[in-house]
Structure formats: structure tokens, C-alpha cells
Design a binder for this molecule. Structure first.
Ligand code: PGA
Ligand code: ZN
Length: 442
């Protein structure tokens, strides 16, 4: 049972405050143990995300402080003290009862505070059961969907070129992925991805100079290129030179809401020149179709504005048979928005970010809704991360088939990939590979 819960303010990978929950619990032997969980924070956030609690004190961390959220963890903790940590559903229900916000978006108590407690209790649950975290989550997933769920090792989608609001270059598209779906195992996928990342550094240095090998928020390079095709070309050159042509595919998260303004997409939104690169939604469809035919693309995330379900549906109807179209800001890991996407056939997959919705149980509900409808589920970190590796176990436990945790560079990104190496070694779970979107079916 849970004995006590404490919150503290710590720093994330951008050097900004976030929260950590510390949960003390007793197992069958009556000895006390302590587990912790830390919460990430996004920069290109969706409008429908659950709300973080931050101090409005401009004198600390420019108003970004998390002392109130840490206090909230203590208050939330009182609601779960005495409970059985293996009963995640009951724990999250007790936490959500304290959400008195009108929109039920966790403002007031803070989605960051709720999630920290929820994840820490989940860790405690695994320890009480004496199983690895991914197995405990697998049990919770099976309960959520009402049938056994096959665990698979996810394909690591490595964001090796950073743009958008994650980098100081002129590139509008936010993320460019190496997707080693042709590898035989997670370990091989990470190795060939990391080898290609190192070659990419050399390619960028040769073509643009050493200064352009600086990295962005997620550890990918941030060369001062402007066009998405140039990013793709650099990736192809690196893959070829590294000798991994048959095994690595490409993907991108343009995070298009960030450059959607007044009804158009401005690919020059970070340049000083005004109005250079504006495109309509129809022109964006054409651009995506061209990229998908010119490059070995397998995944596109948030290709349009987060309220434009119709354009998503137009693209999905054209390329959805061979490309996974993922909704991130479009859905915010929120079942009611996913329902809307299912109705309009907007995409064929959902991005799963635990802090967008703010608890483990609600994340599993969104996953289960997608899985029941044959959609892919892509587990994701945030651009502001911590050394917490919870989502690695989550991705295996729900059999998500793929995960993005940035480049194979910077330890808050590697914390997840390294945890996956351990899981693969210890549990010998098969690799999703080319079945990353439909991992239940191999
Ligand atoms: P964020 O970006 O964590 O800054 O919101 C990640 C994404 O858009 O996928
Ligand atoms: Zn995204």
C-alpha cells in the first residue's frame, strides 16, 4: 500500500522547472521502498492539452516555477495514501476526483502534478507485483481493452534534424526521423540509427561547415537549411554513406500548427523576410505527396493545423495506404478528439504523450480506443524531457510498435532508448520492424 507521497521541483532538459513525485510504499513483506517519476513538458503544444500548473511568480524562473505543482503533488498524494498501487485505475480515479476545473483539463491541480503521482504509483505497482514495469503496464493494457496484448519492441524513430520551434535555424518542419524499421531487433535498429547519425554529422559539416552541426532541443542537428526536401536529401546521403539503405526509412513531424497563420502555412515563418513561402492547405497536400514519392517515407505527423480535420482526411485518403498519418496536436491523447478523427477518417494513427492527457489510465484509454479501431499508436517524449524512462516501458507494455525519443544523442533522449536495450536483453521480446503501425498482426 502507498504510505506517503511527496513532490519536488526539479529541472528538465531545457533547464526549466518541472516536478518529481516521490512515493513511499510497502509491499507484502512490509518493508518500505521509494519510487520516483518526473514529468516532461512540450514547446509546440496542442491547444487541447491538459494544463500544467506553474507558479505565476515572475521573480523565479521567469514565471515557470513549479513550487505550486510540487505542493499539489502532496495534496493529491493524500487521496491515494493507503491504496494498493497495483490498482492503477482506482488510483487515477481518486486523483481525477480532485480535478474541479470546469473543462476537466486539470488546471488548478495541474496535469504535471497528477501525472507525476500517477506514473510513480504505476512504478510502485510493478514493484509490489515483482514484475518489470513493462509487464505491469501490459497487464493494465489488457484490462483496459479486455483481451491479452502482445508486447513488442518498438521501432525507434530518431529525430536527427531539428527545426520548427525546437531549433534556431530557418527550417519550418520540426522533426526529421530516421526509421530503422528494416532492422532485425531494437538493438540493431538503435545501432544503425546511431551510426547514421554520426555520418550525418560529417555530411552536414562537409556541406555547411562545423557551425551547422550544433543540435536542437531533441538532440538532432539544426543546420541552417530552409526546405524540407533539403533535410530529406541530407538524411538520404547519410543513410547511403553509412550503408543502411535497405533498412532505414524516413518520416517527418512538420508540427504544422506552429506555422499556420491566417489560413495559410508559412514555411518561412522563422525568416526575417515576410510572406515568402506561403502555401494553402491544398498546396501542402501536394508538397507532402511529392515528398512521399521522392523519398522512402513511411510516417507523417501533424501535417496540417490542429483544428483542420478535413485536410488531414484529404491527405490520409491519398497516401494513408502506405504512409502512417499521425495526429499529435490534432488529438492531444484525448479520446473525445480521437473520436472526431475516427469519424472524419482524419488520420490512421495517434501520437501518445502521457502529459497531454495527464494520467496513466487515461493514456491507456486513448491507446485502447485507437487499437480497437485498427489505428497505429506512436509513443512520444516531449521536447522538454527528463532522465525518467517511463515511456520506454509504456511503449513495450501496450505493444505500440514505435516510439520517438529524439536523436541518439543527449542522455534525456537516450534514457528511453537505453531502457529499451535492457528490456530487449532481459525479456527477449520480438521487434515490431515493418509492422510498426499494426504490431498486433505479425
Ligand atoms: P513538443 O513537440 O514536445 O515541443 O510539443 C513534440 C511534437 O510536436 O511531437
Ligand atoms: Zn508532434
Amino acid at each position: 500500500r502507498i504510505v506517503s507521497v511527496k513532490g519536488r521541483e526539479v529541472l528538465d532538459s531545457r533547464g526549466r522547472p518541472t516536478v518529481e513525485a516521490e512515493v513511499a510504499f510497502e509491499g507484502a513483506t512490509n518493508t518500505q521502498s521509494v519510487v520516483r517519476a518526473m514529468v516532461p513538458s512540450g514547446k509546440s503544444t496542442g491547444g487541447a492539452e491538459a494544463k500544467e500548473l506553474r507558479d505565476a511568480d515572475p521573480g523565479r524562473y521567469a514565471g515557470m516555477g513549479c513550487l505550486e505543482a510540487a505542493k499539489s503533488i502532496g495534496v493529491l498524494g493524500k487521496a491515494v495514501v493507503g491504496m494498493d498501487p497495483t490498482d492503477q485505475k482506482a488510483i487515477d480515479a481518486a486523483l481525477l476526483e480532485l480535478d474541479t476545473s470546469p473543462q476537466k483539463d486539470k488546471s488548478g491541480i495541474g496535469a504535471n502534478a497528477v501525472l507525476a503521482v500517477s506514473m510513480a504509483c504505476c512504478r510502485a505497482g510493478a514493484l509490489v507485483k515483482g514484475v518489470p514495469l513493462c509487464r505491469h503496464i501490459n497487464d493494465l493494457a489488457a484490462k483496459a481493452i479486455g483481451e491479452p496484448v502482445r508486447m513488442v519492441m518498438p521501432v525507434p524513430c530518431l529525430n536527427v534534424i531539428n527545426g520548427g520551434v525546437h531549433a534556431g535555424n530557418l527550417l519550418a518542419f520540426q522533426e526529421f526521423f530516421l526509421i530503422p524499421a528494416g532492422a532485425e531487433s531494437f538493438g540493431e535498429a538503435l545501432r544503425i540509427g546511431a551510426e547514421t547519425y554520426q555520418v550525418l554529422k560529417k555530411v552536414i559539416q562537409e556541406e555547411y561547415g562545423l557551425r551547422d552541426t550544433a543540435v536542437g532541443d531533441e538532440g538532432g542537428f539544426a543546420p541552417n537549411i530552409a526546405s524540407p526536401e533539403e533535410g530529406m536529401r541530407l538524411l538520404m546521403k547519410a543513410i547511403e554513406r553509412a550503408g543502411h539503405t535497405t533498412k532505414i526509412f524516413l518520416g517527418s513531424d512538420p508540427a504544422a500548427s506552429e506555422f499556420f497563420k491566417d489560413g495559410t502555412y508559412d514555411l518561412g515563418f522563422k525568416s526575417a523576410q515576410v510572406g515568402g513561402e506561403k502555401k494553402s492547405a491544398a498546396e501542402m497536400v501536394e508538397l507532402y505527396e511529392k515528398i512521399c514519392s521522392d523519398f522512402p517515407m513511411v510516417l507523417l505527423e501533424d501535417p496540417f493545423d490542429e483544428e483542420d480535420f478535413a485536410s488531414h482526411a484529404a491527405l490520409t485518403s491519398k497516401v494513408g495506404d502506405r504512409i502512417e498519418i499521425v495526429g499529435d496536436d490534432l488529438y492531444c491523447t484525448n479520446c473525445s478528439r480521437v473520436e472526431k478523427g475516427l469519424e472524419s477518417k482524419a488520420t490512421n494513427a495517434m501520437l501518445l504523450k502521457v502529459n497531454q492527457i495527464g494520467s496513466v489510465t487515461e493514456s491507456l484509454d486513448a491507446w485502447s480506443l485507437c487499437r480497437r479501431n485498427g489505428w497505429g499508436v506512436f509513443v512520444s517524449h516531449r521536447s522538454g524531457e527528463t532522465e525518467d524512462s517511463f515511456i520506454a516501458d509504456l511503449s513495450v507494455g501496450i505493444g505500440a510498435g514505435h516510439i520517438k525519443s529524439g536523436a541518439p544523442c543527449r542522455s534525456e533522449r537516450l534514457a528511453k532508448y537505453n531502457q529499451l536495450l535492457r528490456i530487449e536483453e532481459e525479456l527477449g521480446i520480438p521487434y515490431a520492424g515493418m509492422k510498426f503501425r499494426t504490431p498486433w498482426d505479425f
